[in-house]
Design a protein around this ligand. Structure first.
Ligand SMILES: Nc1nc2c(c(=O)[nH]1)N[C@H]1C(S)=C(S)[C@@H](COP(=O)(O)OP(=O)(O)OC[C@H]3O[C@@H](n4cnc5c(=O)[nH]c(N)nc54)[C@H](O)[C@@H]3O)O[C@H]1N2
Ligand SMILES: Nc1nc2c(c(=O)[nH]1)N[C@H]1C(S)=C(S)[C@@H](COP(=O)(O)OP(=O)(O)OC[C@H]3O[C@@H](n4cnc5c(=O)[nH]c(N)nc54)[C@H](O)[C@@H]3O)O[C@H]1N2
Ligand code: SF4
Ligand SMILES: [Mo]
Length: 684
């Protein structure tokens, strides 16, 4: 059979948003998936998890037909039904909830299972807006850091990945680059070949940390104190770029006053990093030109995570590093994708809903609360897509109790029967990104990309766009936008008057598939803040002043002393290298990598824990079982659980989020997954 090569885009929740090539036979079946060698960021390679994506595409457990539950919730007993019956049932239940309890009793729950604009945040949003359903505040991942950048910079721009090759010092701050952002690595490698130093600030010494020139094992949740200590030293030595600071910033004196109270000795006490090292790091950072910081979302998953990002983002501003190619900082680049999201999502449709006004907002990081305690109205219908809250949401005990409610109707759009789908009344089989059209932004580079269906669809799968379009029809929503084709939606998105999108059309994307945003002249680097250009109300970088004063997270070694006495270990359940949150949880190799808890030799010895022993991790919220890995990749007092494992394969069906709380971050209302006190003991 003849084989052709099709292009696609990896839709997973990853900063790299890779350009893909896949071999396709005449029957539309794919073989050999690889990175596009002509893409400047993908550079012809993929991460290990997606290199094997065709295994997922054709997996025998993939959902191919709509299902109706036949056993008790959670039993996993379903039978096949037709699409008409499935959609009728969902539409009937939504209608019933809307009439009986008001449309806000319906809650959509989604995150970034696909980052495609249409299937991730397009027709679904239109549908729920028109319905008058509760609005979901999508805070589970990046809300604190995002809010921090908006408060300080006024926008979410960051250093281009390509420019890291020009840096002389690169600091990975709560960023596991080899695991979660591997396409940045070649640029770092190139810089190091030219003599650059690579430092890592992370309580866990993961693969990235082991390859660093220096690793700083900071106490979890104490980055704000570290950043203030660095600022203290920079200012004390007058290493700041006075011209840049006076021209382009606001609140310098207040910042200086706060930082004055964090001399290296005090910062050392709070962070666990010796004062001399803080001193040396500050001087090294301020005097090495150019220096780039890759801060990732790891730092902001704790109580003071938002302020920590604000203080870290102050560093390249103080040193004037934004003036230089290879300087600055990257948390995300997503702000440059200035698509017309209002025309995509149509929040104005809420006025046509039975509510006639914007619906209430429910924070997705508190799903347990939303399903069990929220009133006015109580949630009676839940629609989950692009997410697996049964495994990934904090307060898992509460979430599962909610999913078990007999008076809750749940519909899940999925590829696999996940820990959430198991509780659904109706399951709808979804396409993968290799099977549908979508437009992509990226949060780790500046290329926008188009994907067309590359592979034939197995079974009766439908895309999220098609499913919500069909539901709109069932609900008799006759607004013209529900008739829009995928191409109509893409054209609207691109038609936003943004300078960055100027001249980028669907036709052009059809031809090139990946186009660099017009953030700078072709062939010249993007220096967003070289001459100020911050997008805050004042047009200046806003340091944040008094709000940056540090208090330790409640659940930390310096937080609530009584709690710490009972649960003396700080648990970090950060990303597993071969996972994508829970997406690949069915893979045996991923399952065994996420079945462990790493503990320091001293902490293990004190508890009679030996290598490989089945242990129980617990706190007041719950417990789960893992096997012990005794390792000095964690410092004493810290344990590490690579995440997120499927509950179903875990002992007693208990996932790591049995332990995590619904406490929110200081900015943005984000989840605090990485401030979590536990203790561990040998399992009986
Ligand atoms: N392989 C793989 N790649 C992924 C994902 C995955 O599951 N697996 N998930 C994707 C998603 S959803 C996201 S949001 C990104 C996240 O990408 P990253 O932010 O890089 O990933 P995390 O594992 O959340 O955190 C990064 C590092 O922060 C450290 N950390 C934890 N607490 C602290 C702290 O208080 N201070 C400091 N300085 N460091 C801390 C962790 O030990 C970890 O090594 O990755 C994406 N890419
Ligand atoms: N303990 C702990 N918990 C965490 C984290 C952690 O580090 N530790 N990380 C947190 C973070 S940063 C994040 S972002 C969240 C992520 O949590 P989720 O957003 O739930 O991410 P995944 O677990 O990857 O689940 C995505 C689901 O979307 C489905 N999917 C993919 N594409 C499509 C599609 O086109 N249509 C439909 N209908 N479904 C699709 C996949 O099959 C998969 O089951 O988890 C959070 N939870
Ligand atoms: S998960 Fe990230 S690194 Fe892997 S293929 Fe997708 S975009 Fe590339
Ligand atoms: Mo995330």
């Amino acid at each position: 059979m003849a084989v052709r090569v099709e292009k696609s885009v990896c839709a997973l929740d990853c900063p790299d948003t890779c350009a893909l090539l896949v071999n396709v036979d005449e029957a539309g079946r794919g073989s050999k998936l690889r990175g596009d060698p002509s893409h400047p960021i993908t550079r012809g390679f993929l991460c290990g998890k997606v290199a094997q994506y065709l295994e997922r595409e054709y997996h025998p457990d993939r959902l191919l037909y709509p299902l109706r539950r036949t056993g008790p919730k959670g039993s996993g007993k379903f039978s096949r039904i037709g699409w008409d019956e499935a959609l009728d049932e969902v539409a009937y239940q939504f209608q019933k909830c809307s009439e009986e309890f008001g449309p806000e009793s319906i809650l959509p729950y989604s995150y970034a299972g696909t980052m495609g604009m249409l299937n991730g945040s397009g027709m679904d949003r239109r549908f729920f807006h028109r319905l008058g359903a509760s609005q979901l505040d999508r805070t589970i991942c990046s809300a604190a850091g995002g809010a921090a950048l908006l408060a300080s910079q006024g926008t979410k721009f960051g250093t281009e990945p390509e420019q890291f090759a020009k840096s002389r010092l690169i600091i990975a701050w709560g960023a596991n680059i080899l695991g979660t952002n591997v396409h940045l690595w070649p640029f770092i490698d190139e810089a190091r070949r030219q003599g650059a130093q690579f430092y890592v600030i992370d309580p866990v010494k993961n693969r990235t940390g082991r390859l660093a020139d220096k690793h700083f094992a900071v106490n979890p949740g104490s980055d704000l104190a570290l950043a203030l200590g660095l600022i203290h030293v920079i200012l004390r030595n007058e290493l700041q770029d006075k011209e840049y600071v006076s021209a382009y910033t606001r609140g310098f004196d207040e910042l200086a006053a706060v930082a004055k109270q964090y001399p290296p000795e005090r910062a050392a006490e709070l962070t666990g990093i010796p004062a001399a090292e803080i001193e040396a790091l500050a001087i090294k950072y301020a005097t090495t030109r150019p220096a780039a910081i890759r801060v990732n979302y790891g730092v902001q998953r704790s109580d003071r995570g938002g302020s920590a990002v604000r203080a870290i983002a102050a560093l390249p501003v103080l040193t004037g590093s934004w003036r230089e190619v290879g300087g600055g900082l990257q948390l995300t680049t997503s702000g440059a994708f200035e698509f017309d999201t209002l025309s995509l999502q149509r929040p104005d449709l809420q006025r046509l809903s039975p509510l006639g006004r914007p619906a209430r907002v429910v924070n997705m990081s508190r799903l347990g609360h939303a399903l069990n305690e929220l009133e006015g109205p109580r949630v009676h219908a839940l629609c989950v897509y692009n997410s697996n809250p049964g495994a990934i949401a904090p307060n898992q005990k509460g979430v599962i109790a909610g999913l078990q409610r007999s008076d809750l109707f749940t519909v899940v759009l999925e590829h696999f029967l996940t820990d959430t789908a198991e509780y659904a009344d109706v399951v709808l089989p979804a396409t993968t990104f290799l099977e549908h059209t979508d437009l992509y932004l990226a949060y780790g580079h500046y290329f926008t990309q188009l994907a067309r269906p590359a592979l034939a669809r197995p079974g009766e799968v439908k895309s999220n766009v098609e499913i919500f379009r069909a539901l709109a029809k069932r609900m008799r929503f006759d607004d013209a936008c529900f008739e829009d084709s995928e191409d109509d939606m893409i054209r609207d998105l691109l038609n936003s008057n943004s300078e960055f999108l100027k001249g980028i059309s669907l036709e052009q994307l059809e031809e090139n598939r990946s186009i660099r945003l017009r953030v700078s002249e072709e062939g010249t680097p993007f220096l967003p803040f070289a001459e100020g250009g911050f997008r805050t109300a004042s047009g200046k970088f806003d340091f944040g002043g008094e709000s940056l004063r540090y208090t330790p997270p409640v659940e930390s070694r310096r937080g609530d002393a009584e709690l710490h006495a009972r649960f003396p270990l700080e648990m970090i359940s950060s990303k597993n290298d071969d996972s994508m949150n829970s997406t690949f949880g069915y893979r045996g190799s991923v399952d065994s990598q996420t079945a462990v808890l790493a503990i320091h030799p001293a902490d293990a010895a004190a508890r009679g824990i030996t290598q490989g022993m089945l242990i129980r991790a617990f706190n007041d919220r719950g417990f789960c079982f893992r096997s012990a890995v005794i390792s000095d990749r964690v410092k004493a007092g810290v344990v590490h659980v690579p995440s997120v494992r499927w509950n179903r394969t875990s002992v007693d069906g208990l996932g790591v989020n049995q332990l995590t709380s619904e406490r929110l971050t200081d900015l943005g209302g984000g989840a605090t997954f990485y401030s979590c006190l536990v203790d561990v003991a040998p399992a009986e």
